[in-house]
Design a binder for this molecule. Structure first.
Ligand SMILES: N[C@@H](CCC[C@H](N)C(=O)O)C(=O)O
Length: 266
């Protein structure tokens, strides 16, 4: 199995090109590939498949590192676009199908910008960690998010080694939880607990949700918010029609492995 490794602000992925549909991807194989000691290591797998939607040539088959599926991955789309562009499979403007619908990525030098579609604001909810309740705003970016505004010392100290408790009625399939710190009117810093992957260095849909929440909370229908994540910086823009995510996307290496040599973690 040939693979490429890439990341967007430290949110890292194993990319597998499977245009003939010959790779048998299972939850167990994805978890083994993503294991940082027993496999390649990654926050998820991006499989390149042909799109069933005629509006796109390629489908981003996204898997979390625990082998679960998600509707969308914002950094994944950016890294996926970088892969298609670098390998000559696509040009600068790349419509892609995802489980969450069509997204278009634009390769602009070192940056990849994505039309993330209009967010859906789902109301207030809470995340609970160690008995402490953090109020937040539920937002769908195709996948579910809960953005909790907290002071800087709380964001630094909060334990994200396991999933925060959240409302199973509002989030029956789980949720990604962002802890957002206001650094300035148009500037936020965040930490994230990703459903299916744990704490990661960045989350593109999460950063977009943080930017959308920041604009919503300050009563602005449009604007641009800089979002700092542990792995770098992203820029989120909301216009009257849609939302945008921009930031670096990098391919780091390629390799080949025999999946039968992968042993599951004891
Ligand atoms: N890292 C991603 C989000 C990946 C999916 C998420 N863990 C989920 O289960 O919804 C991003 O960059 O958006």
């Amino acid at each position: 199995m040939k693979f490429t490794k890439g990341h967007g602000t430290g949110n890292d992925f194993v990319i597998i090109e499977d245009l003939e549909g010959t790779v048998e991807l299972t939850p167990a194989l994805v978890a083994a590939l993503c294991d940082r000691r027993f496999g390649i290591g990654g926050d998820g797998v991006l499989r390149v498949q042909p799109s069933a939607d005629p509006a796109a040539v390629y489908f981003m088959d996204y898997w979390n590192s625990d082998g679960s599926l998600s509707e969308m991955c914002g950094n994944g789309v950016r890294v996926f676009a970088r892969y298609l562009h670098t390998t000559g499979l696509a040009g600068d403007e790349i419509p892609l199908s995802t489980r969450g619908g069509l997204r278009t990525a634009y390769v602009e030098g070192d940056l990849v910008r994505v039309d993330m579609a209009a967010p859906a604001l789902l109301g207030e909810s809470t995340a609970v960690i160690d008995g402490v309740s953090y109020p937040g705003l539920a937002i769908s970016m195709g996948n579910p998010h809960l953005v909790c505004d907290v002071p800087a010392d709380v964001a630094a100290a909060v334990d994200l080694s396991r999933a925060p408790d959240t409302d199973p009625v509002l989030f029956p399939a789980g949720v990604n939880v962002e802890f957002s710190v206001k650094l300035g009117e148009d500037h936020r810093r965040m930490r994230v607990y990703e459903r299916g992957s744990g704490e990661t260095m960045s989350c593109g849909t999460g950063a977009t949700a943080v930017g959308v929440a920041a604009l919503h909370t300050s009563g602005r229908p449009t604007g641009t918010i800089t979002v700092d994540v542990p792995g770098g910086r992203l820029e989120v823009t909301r216009d009257p029609h849609t939302s945008w995510l921009a930031g670096p996307a990098v391919l780091t290496y390629t390799g080949e492995l025999d999946p039968t040599t992968l042993t599951p973690r004891p």
